[in-house]
Design a protein around this ligand. Structure first.
Ligand code: ADQ
Length: 491
């Protein structure tokens, strides 16, 4: 494509098809959406044009409005489907419209009851099949250099590509693991319906412990594997973190790399955040107080100057929320208050709810998903608690840094890669940006909260930690370049 002199974007040198089951702002249940939504803009300055392919959930189709139909499948894994073209924050978007698969109540993966859809294998195999058709010349007028599949929902796409007829039109492939705990593992009975050759049901194909592994098939087939931090890229070679895939990851280690997620300043910047009661910058930190008052009001906390800790998380074992639940009485005993926003395991929801009843005015709990409230919490709480047992990258600690909401994190994965613990040396060298602890246990987390409270009581030192975090650059600049280099290297 010729470079237009009036256009300050570089000429497109690489075309990427990014396939994901969610992308902000159209559909989001977690961090994957933030990353898939930000990737196109992150790599655009490097001559990479990303087209995102999403399933046609009702919310996505609604946002798309009247869209151009660019392709029709009379029979895509047993159902008719159409491909619609639109825009995702100004970048090319393709939506797979298949009413039988995606038009239903509930979230992207589960019914309103919370139960996973029984046909998720078919829903996401269809997404992957459509992606592979696009990336192997099967859709007229479309061609891509690289297919970038995110997580198990897109995991079969590289496998379909690998078994596609070999032509010049076949793209190279990358799988990004945002969380290896979710693998898309299904009964062997689904295999005959996937439309893969029999040879694919093999140890180096999609076969996985006697069944079918969508992520496993993608990891076997992709030309490159990335995960979302260098530490996690190392950790998943071990049984403790690899969740059964450690052998495969270790065997393909020369293809595996870690690229830390960035954050999108158009969405996460305290100077321009419409969800805050009061906007502020690194030079006007005192204005955060108005947000703290708003957090207190939203979570029915007693107003006060003591530290407010927050949680913005899925309430699950991965996120160490059971351990935090054990520490709440100690946190309150130290003069802290706690605002919890999250949803997940019913038992954990209940534990936090009971803690709120035990400590009225000190612990406020909001069960649910609320994007604006998550921004207010970052802008008004003093610290964010992230006691994850494993964390591929983590985004909430990066948002915390940007908002002067000091991260208190477990030493694992991307948390270890992005936070500098306020130990004696780091405080003396004036480089600390948060508090880090290990292992994930109630005594260690309690100790970390204690250290945070002690630092908070030294206002100048605390403000210096906040300001340092706010000045850290976790924009997409470096990671966008890393992805662009990875794509370029595959061609
Ligand atoms: N109740 C609630 N209301 C509003 N917003 C809420 C919320 N609960 C969570 N969120 C938001 O959802 C996102 C969660 O991001 P995380 O990085 O913690 O990712 P998650 O574990 O979902 O994803 C995986 O993928 C991402 C992306 O690669 C990795 O960073 C991560 O380590 C990995 O586990 C954040 O934007 C957070 O603000």
């Amino acid at each position: 494509m010729p470079h237009h002199p009036a256009d300050d974007r570089p000429a497109v040198a690489v075309r990427v098809l990014s396939v994901a089951s969610e992308a902000y702002p159209l559909v989001k249940t977690g961090g994957l959406a933030d990353v898939a939504g930000a990737l196109p803009a992150a790599v655009a300055p490097h001559g990479v044009e990303v087209t995102t392919l999403l399933p046609g959930y009702p919310a996505v189709l609604k946002a798309l409005g009247r869209a151009k139909v660019v392709h029709r499948w009379p029979d895509l894994l047993g159902t008719p489907a159409r491909l619609l073209a639109g825009k995702l924050s100004g970048h090319p978007l393709l939506v797979l419209e298949a009413p039988e698969l995606f038009t239903r109540d509930g979230g992207p993966y589960a019914a309103p009851s919370g139960r996973d859809f029984d046909d998720n294998w078919r829903r996401f195999a269809a997404l992957a099949r459509a992606a592979a058709d696009l990336a192997s010349g099967g859709v007229s007028g479309r061609s891509y250099d690289v297919l970038h599949a995110h997580d198990w929902q897109a995991g079969l796409a590289p496998a379909y590509l690998r078994y596609a007829p070999a032509t010049d039109a076949v793209a190279r492939s990358v799988v990004t693991v945002h969380n290896i705990a979710f693998q898309g593992r299904f009964d062997a009975g689904v295999f005959p319906h996937l439309g893969l050759p029999d040879a694919a049901f093999a140890i180096d194909g999609v076969e996985y412990y006697g069944g079918v592994g969508f992520l496993k098939g993608g990891l076997e087939s992709a030309d490159a594997i990335t995960t979302v931090s260098p530490s996690y890229a190392q950790e998943i070679r071990s049984a403790e973190f690899g969740m059964g895939l450690e052998g495969l990851i270790a065997a393909r280690a020369d293809r595996v790399s870690g690229i830390v997620n960035g954050i999108d300043p158009a969405v996460w910047s305290p100077e321009a955040d419409g969800a805050l009661a009061q906007r502020y910058s690194v030079r006007t930190l005192a204005r955060r107080t108005a947000n703290k008052r708003a957090v207190e009001a939203a979570f029915a906390l007693d107003p006060g100057d003591g530290p407010v800790f927050c949680v913005i998380s899925r309430l699950t074992w991965q996120k160490g929320m059971d351990v935090l639940a054990e520490c709440i009485d100690a946190l309150v005993g130290m003069g802290g208050r706690l605002a919890v926003l999250g949803s997940g395991d019913l038992g954990l929801e209940q534990a936090f709810y009971l803690a709120g009843e035990r400590h009225p005015g000190r612990v406020g709990v909001r069960i649910g998903y609320d994007e604006p409230l998550s921004h207010l919490l970052q802008g008004g709480s003093d610290a964010i608690l992230i006691p994850s047992r494993f964390e591929p990258c983590g985004l909430t600690q990066l948002y915390g840094l940007a908002y002067g909401c000091v991260p208190v994190v477990a030493r694992t994965g991307g948390l270890a890669d992005t936070i500098i613990d306020a130990n004696v040396a780091a405080l003396a060298a004036e480089v600390a940006t948060g508090v880090m602890f290990a292992p994930v246990s109630a005594p260690c987390l309690t100790g970390a909260i204690q250290r945070a409270v002690a630092l908070y009581r030294q206002p100048e030192r605390w403000a210096a930690i906040q300001r340092r975090g706010m000045r850290m650059d976790f924009s997409w600049a470096a990671s966008g370049l890393a992805y662009a280099r990875l794509y370029g290297g595959l061609m």
